[in-house]
Design a binder for this molecule. Structure first.
Ligand SMILES: Cc1cc2nc3c(=O)[nH]c(=O)nc-3n(C[C@H](O)[C@H](O)[C@H](O)COP(=O)(O)O)c2cc1C
Length: 336
């Protein structure tokens, strides 16, 4: 019989939780409170390590463990200069799942993660990479479309799901992310072969989320069309697009790119430094909005599903609502 429980079985077995809904790591947001609340509500929370030092991650994992005895994951960024030490910290805490984000894993990192005993989840933005990851022993994949909040790829969730699920879902569990705001969409991706889903935007206005009230209010007000992708203005400076609610910060990003392009022209920075400055802009700007509540100048990273964020709710309510919607969508199909 087709219901969410059976369709999510592979995902829940893999994650070790009741509901195959992951709350994707969100820098500054996915910390001990939100992560433990998600896992305690039966979903799967993921700590966003972002630019944290090893000491900070060590403490964050310990604090999360004080708040939940359910499994949760840690998201590590491949570009982090101390990636191997961060992996060792996860190993010390016997973290059950590590999510690697931000491009190709550096040499030795996959082996190091597997050696800790953790299950490894990677983002696969294209089929070739998905197959490469599976060959390298990656245990599960996230396919994330450009509707998502934060750093995004060029392809939509619906296209990625159609292109990739038929081929790879039989090989490893695949979690679909980007633009999911309601349970009906979850049901449809499960029916296409997904083991589960990953949501970010929908959880930002949870009571348990520590984001500043101003940040949450911007989400409650925002519509899909306000969550726009950043634009690259200089062909020499490749910018990984970021989806965020438009504000003064979005304009400042354009100005920042011009400033860095000028520094390149003058020869006062090299390409590496230039790209680093661009990336640092976002890290600092997100903190300004999430923690300080400066929603004018900070970055309001949000996905297009922001229009479906209608109220502040508890994590348990959000998960229950999504699951009810998914269940009734499947029940309607059976009845038809
Ligand atoms: C505010 C914000 C910050 C994010 N930060 C990260 C991050 O640090 N690392 C990461 O892998 N993904 C990050 N993401 C992406 C989420 O983990 C998740 O995949 C995405 O939000 C799913 O799409 P949705 O927002 O449409 O639900 C972020 C998303 C948002 C909205």
């Amino acid at each position: 019989m087709k219901n969410t429980k059976t369709l999510m079985q592979r995902g829940t077995d893999f994650l070790g939780c009741d509901v195959a809904i992951m709350c994707g790591a969100m820098s500054w947001i996915s910390e001990r409170h939100l992560v433990s609340a998600i896992s305690n509500a039966g979903g799967f929370g993921v700590i966003a390590c972002g630019a944290m030092t090893t000491d900070l991650l060590d403490n964050e994992i310990a604090e999360t463990k004080k708040r939940t005895d359910k499994p949760f994951g840690v998201n590590l960024i491949t570009m982090h200069p101390d990636l191997m030490d961060l992996i060792a910290i996860c190993g010390k805490h016997a973290v059950s799942h590590i999510v690697l984000a931000g491009g190709l894993p550096p040499k030795g990192s996959i082996e190091a993660i597997k050696a800790t005993g953790a299950k490894l989840i990677c983002f696969a933005p294209a089929m070739a990479l998905a197959k490469k990851f599976i060959r390298s022993g990656v245990d599960a994949l996230v396919i994330e479309g450009m509707e998502a909040g934060g750093h995004i790829g060029p392809v939509s969730t619906s296209v990625l799901a159609q292109e990739m699920l038929p081929d790879i879902a039989a090989q490893v569990p695949v979690f679909v992310a980007g633009g999911i705001g309601r349970g009906e969409a979850i049901a449809s991706y499960l029916e296409m072969g997904a083991a589960g889903v990953q949501l970010g935007t929908r959880f930002v206005c949870a009571h348990e989320c520590i984001a500043h009230e101003n940040f949450k209010k911007a989400f409650l007000k925002g519509n899909a069309r306000d969550a726009i992708s950043s634009v690259q203005i200089d062909p020499r400076l490749p910018v990984i697009p970021v989806r965020a609610l438009k504000n003064k910060g979005t304009e400042e990003f354009t100005a920042k790119q011009r400033e860095v392009a000028n520094l390149l022209d003058e020869g006062s920075v090299d390409m590496n430094e230039a790209q680093l400055q661009i990336e640092h802009f976002w890290a600092g700007a997100l903190k300004r909005a999430v923690i300080d509540g400066d929603v004018e100048n900070g970055s309001l990273m949000a996905g297009q599903s922001v229009g479906m964020v209608k109220a502040q709710q508890s994590v348990a309510e959000i998960i229950a609502e999504l699951m009810d919607q998914a269940e009734s969508a499947l029940a309607k199909e059976k009845a038809a």
